[in-house]
Design a protein around this ligand. Structure first.
Ligand code: HEC
Length: 176
């Protein structure tokens, strides 16, 4: 009799711990977006997280451009054009100032809910959606550029060519 109850309480404690992981992210989760390393047209910051590269003439790296297209294909319905928010979902150009790469991935893969007496907000889980999962870094660097104010609203004026690695990874990830 006492055993199932104990298991239930442990499960509740575990899910409370998982929920607070989103509520209290690391002290400095976002980091400096400055490019530190490059691998075949993909850019990384000093912490090794993906970042954007924007030339003085406005030309963006491939992944930022791809993220712009993917975001506005799937996330825009709730988060507004170019991430600027709507009555259903938060302004991601603000959220990404404090949500770092790891937490961003967790939220998009698992979803997120704030359900209380004042509000009922549900972010769906996209972990099974290849159109999102295969482009998660692309969407991240696009939103990172938007939240830093490095990229305005609308289609970037031009973009770097699609890297060979991006073509190969996309084929592997999306499958036949
Ligand atoms: C059906 C509507 C909907 C769609 C589509 C959607 N979201 Fe969300 N999203 C939400 C809601 C609502 C929240 C707020 C959840 C909460 O506060 O608990 C949210 C929260 C988030 C957050 C956390 C923001 C914060 O300030 O805590 C991120 C990051 C995010 N969404 C990214 C995305 C990305 C990337 C996509 C596209 C792959 C996407 N969302 C698609 C509704 C949506």
């Amino acid at each position: 009799m006492s055993k199932p109850l104990r298991v239930t309480l442990l499960a509740i404690a575990a899910s409370a711990a998982a929920a607070s992981a989103f509520a209290a992210p690391d002290a400095a989760p976002v980091g400096d977006p400055k490019v530190a390393t490059t691998q075949d047209g993909k850019y990384f910051d000093a912490a090794g997280n993906p970042t954007y590269k924007i030339a003085p003439n406005g030309q963006v790296d491939w992944y930022t451009f791809s993220g712009y297209r993917r975001f506005n294909g799937t996330c825009e319905t709730c988060h507004g054009f170019d991430g600027s928010g709507s009555s259903f979902a938060p302004d991601l150009t603000q959220s990404l100032k404090t949500i770092g790469y790891d937490d961003f991935q967790k939220i998009v893969i698992n979803g997120k809910q704030s359900v209380n007496t004042a509000e009922s907000l549900v972010m769906p889980a996209f972990g099974d959606n290849k159109n999102v999962m295969c482009y998660l870094d692309d969407i991240y660097v696009y939103l990172r550029a938007r939240s830093d104010g490095a990229l305005g609203s609308g289609r970037p004026p031009s973009n770097e060519a699609k890297p060979k690695t991006a073509i190969a990874n996309e084929n592997d990830c999306m499958g036949p």
